[in-house]
Unconditional design. Structure first.
Length: 278
């Protein structure tokens, strides 16, 4: 078997299921596929759920990243044990025990989508992100798209041409042109336009961290407000931070479940990589 056609079977430590198609992750029944550029190569990996096991196929490097994207190696038992009787989340944890955060294979991709989603309607931002991907990304022969390279995001005019506001386009182009590693929070935070919300999105979706500050996310706060029966917009950042802190070090999972329970019209956490096809 060639490197490009490795196959492996894993049994996730915590039960898993195919995620809803999110962004560049394409789902077909119980199979999901993700294209990605690794070392300049366009690679594809796929995962198929068969019973309690996940069958993975593709280049070994792409398989490794897909395991990260799907959080297959994360043991969520401590979170569920600690909060299965929680008055706020207990019911939804029991109803959706296999829910997981769907990540990006590369941290910079998560950072780029996070900047795009700053202060903008989720649907509109998703349309812009997919338009930019269709113009500057790379399409695998299977039809699945890989995100544009970091170099593509340096083009402020191209970002604006896809509908991104000038302020966000300028921020994203500046970040892309910098040599700052997405793991270097201090240097990223020093860049104009990069704040706590953006870094939280990067950590959750790009680095796979659950202990992240999400109190400034209006969408999650409003989902929480609907869960507790108060007017959306009435929960302050300080109040919501106190709520999320109860679930440390799993604030990201708590936020995911809050949106699953309180998001209007079907409820899922609209991450910075939930691209929309026009």
């Amino acid at each position: 078997m060639t490197r490009e056609h490795m196959a492996t079977i894993v049994k996730p430590v915590w039960p898993s299921e195919p995620p809803r198609g999110a962004g560049l992750l394409k789902r077909d029944g119980n199979v999901v596929r993700r294209a990605m550029l690794i070392g300049g190569e366009l690679l594809l990996a796929e995962a198929a759920w068969v019973g309690d096991k996940v069958h993975l196929r593709g280049d070994e490097r792409a398989i490794e990243r897909l395991r990260f994207v799907l959080a297959l190696d994360d043991d969520l038992a401590p979170f569920h044990r600690a909060h299965r009787a929680d008055p706020l989340l207990g019911r939804v944890l029991k109803a959706k025990p296999k829910l997981r955060v769907t990540r990006t294979p590369d941290p910079f991709e998560a950072l780029a989508w996070a900047v795009m989603y700053q202060l903008i309607d989720t649907q509109q931002a998703g349309n812009i992100a997919f338009d930019f991907t269709r113009r500057y990304g790379t399409q695998h022969p299977s039809g699945v798209w890989a995100a544009p390279t970091r170099a593509a995001f340096t083009n402020q005019a191209a970002l604006e041409a896809c509908g991104l506001a000038a302020t966000q386009a300028r921020t994203l182009a500046r970040v892309a042109r910098s040599n700052v590693d997405p793991a270097d929070h201090a240097r990223l935070a020093a860049l104009p336009g990069i704040g706590e919300w953006t870094l939280g999105q990067l950590d959750l979706f790009g680095h796979g961290r659950y202990d992240v500050p999400l109190a400034k996310d209006v969408g999650i706060r409003n989902s929480y407000a609907r869960m507790v029966g108060v007017r959306t917009g009435s929960v302050t950042e300080a109040e919501f931070k106190a709520v999320l802190d109860r679930y440390a070090p799993y604030q990201g999972m708590a936020a995911l479940y809050m949106t699953a329970a309180g998001w209007r019209g079907g409820a899922r956490y609209e991450s910075g990589h939930a691209l929309r096809r026009r």
